[in-house]
Design a protein around this ligand. Structure first.
Ligand SMILES: *Cc1c(COP(=O)(O)O)cnc(C)c1O
Length: 229
C-alpha cells in the first residue's frame, strides 16, 4: 500500500525559512524582520501543537467558533492572531482571548472592541487594495481618515495594515497590491499618531509570501504550505 507522505511541520518550516531567507536577501532585508503567522484554521489541535513545538509562536485562526477550545488545547508560548472577518456580535467571544486582530475594517467593529476589550489590543486595519467586491476591508481612500477617527478609541492600537492579494497568477498584479499597501502604511505612519504607530505590514500567504516579503511584509500568514496535512 502506498501512503500519502505528510511532511512534519518542522520540515515544512525549514523549507519556508529558506524561501524567506532568499527573498530577504534579494531585497537586502534581515530575515528576522519577517514573522510567520502559522495559519492553523484548517488543522487539528494536534497539528497545531506540532507547529508550536516546531518553534512557531504566532498562530492565526479565522473563526470565533471553536477558537477557545483550540486555544485551551494548545500549550506553549503562543501569540494568537485573529485573521478572519469578525462579526460585531462575536467580538465579545474572542477579543479578550487574542493578542492581535488582523481584520479591523469598520467603525461599528471598532466601537464594539472599545466596549468589550479589557485592555488595549494590537490591530491591523484590513484594506481591500484590489477592490474586489467579495473582499472585506476598507478602501485605500478611506483608510487614513478611518485611522484618524480611532484617536479616541483607547482600546485600539493600530500596529499596521493587512491585505489579501487577488487570486491570480499574475505576479505583477499581486506585487502592485502589496506595493500600494506599503505606500499607504508609510503615509499613515508619517502622521506619528500615538494610537497608530502603523509600522507593520501583514501580507502574503502560501502562494505569494515571497513577493510580499520583497515588498516589505513584516508578518506573513501561511497556512497550507506550512501546516497543511
Ligand atoms: C487562510 C488564510 C491565510 C492562509 O492561507 P494559505 O493559502 O493556506 O497560506 C492567510 N490569511 C488569511 C486572512 C486567511 O484566511
Amino acid at each position: 500500500m502506498e501512503g500519502i507522505i505528510t511532511l512534519k511541520v518542522s520540515e515544512k518550516l525549514n523549507l519556508i525559512n529558506k524561501e524567506i531567507f532568499t527573498a530577504c536577501e534579494r531585497v537586502g532585508r534581515q530575515a528576522d524582520s519577517v514573522k510567520i503567522v502559522a495559519v492553523t484554521k484548517y488543522v487539528s489541535n494536534e497539528r497545531t501543537q506540532e507547529a508550536v513545538d516546531a518553534g512557531l509562536i504566532h498562530l492565526g485562526e479565522n473563526r470565533p467558533e471553536g477558537f477557545k477550545e483550540k486555544r485551551d488545547a494548545v500549550s506553549g508560548n503562543v501569540k494568537w492572531h485573529f485573521i478572519g472577518s469578525l462579526q460585531s456580535r462575536k467580538v465579545k467571544n474572542v477579543i479578550n482571548e487574542i493578542d492581535v486582530l488582523h481584520s479591523l475594517d469598520r467603525m461599528s467593529l471598532a466601537k464594539e472592541i472599545q466596549k468589550r476589550a479589557d485592555q488595549k489590543i494590537d490591530c491591523f486595519l484590513q484594506v481591500n487594495v484590489s477592490g474586489e467586491e467579495q473582499k472585506h476591508g476598507l478602501s485605500p481612500e478611506n483608510a487614513a481618515q478611518f485611522v484618524e477617527e480611532l484617536a479616541n478609541y483607547d482600546k485600539i492600537n493600530v500596529i499596521g495594515l493587512m491585505t489579501m492579494a487577488p487570486l491570480t497568477e499574475d505576479e505583477e498584479v499581486i506585487r502592485s497590491c502589496f506595493k500600494q499597501l506599503a505606500v499607504l502604511r508609510d503615509s499613515i505612519a508619517a502622521k506619528n499618531l500615538q494610537h497608530a504607530p502603523c509600522t507593520e505590514l501583514s501580507m502574503g500567504m502560501s502562494n505569494d509570501f515571497t513577493i510580499a516579503i520583497e515588498e516589505g511584509a513584516t508578518y506573513i500568514r501561511i497556512g497550507s504550505s506550512l501546516v497543511g496535512e
